[in-house]
Design a protein around this ligand. Sequence first.
Ligand code: ADP
Length: 298
Amino acid sequence: MGATDALGVVAKSDETSRTAMAPRPNEGRLSVQHVGKIYDPRGARVVAVQDASIEIEPGDFVAIVGPSGCGKSTLMNIIAGFDNVTEGQVLLDNQPLATVNMPPKPGSDRVVVFQNGALFPWKTVLENVMYGPVIQHMMTHAQAEERAMDLLAKCGGLDKVAACYPPQLSSGMQRRVEIVRALINEPKILLLDEPFRAMDTVSKTVMHQHLLEMYRVCRKTIVFITHDLEEAIYLADKVVVMTSRPGTIKSIIHVNLPRPRTPNMMLGAEYLALKAQAIAGVHEEAKKAFERGEREHA
Ligand code: ADP
């Protein structure tokens, strides 16, 4: 093999290691089985979710979309263990996570990142990331520091801002730090509740690339709630479209776009066909909700 060939091979394998997905994890299988949720504040009986079933494989990236008020957050709160079910059950790795008779049970195996930041402004980035495992006695201070710096570095070079305080960072960077803070707990499931909702289109696009890179490097099961169809298709392996209230599963769109995902894929025929399919589903539901006089729509 000549020198040029040899260099070519090196360059290619180097490129592969920079773009290959981390292997599928063994844990993080989520099974939502015929879940129903009725809120009954003072007898008002709001059927928020009805007969919802979703199967999620370990390491899958799943987006849940649907018109506002269709029960996306309700479903996420049930998976996170913040609320109970009134029908059906949710299993995590074949173990009951939520059943009718179980009180809600949050746990560090499911971490939620919300759209409004929750970093401690008086702690540095590094201290924020280390906080969880240290306070829960999962790691010593030194172990947590090493792990935090390693994760920050892997997740787009955030180690460079380890000594900064959150208010010194852009909101996008704060959100990335929050995701790293979630990842240090080694959750089986990462729940993202419209994390980029308040961002402008350009910042969102940048955040998508960062999130995809974090997903590539530290692969976990991700459940991503959004009302933005384009972001759902661009990021996810499966897009779960919910009906308007009571929220049921209207359809599941399988996104077979290759990874790594790149913004130019959003111009391709395959992406546009998936988008058309999702728009048709969500808008039909938004129209129904609108006709019933419910609030804003996707
Ligand atoms: P989404 O996240 O899709 O916007 P939600 O899950 O927040 O929808 O809400 C689903 C429905 O349940 C809505 O009609 C909402 O008003 C109702 N709801 C949510 N939380 C409660 C609650 N704690 N008590 C009564 N109704 C609720």
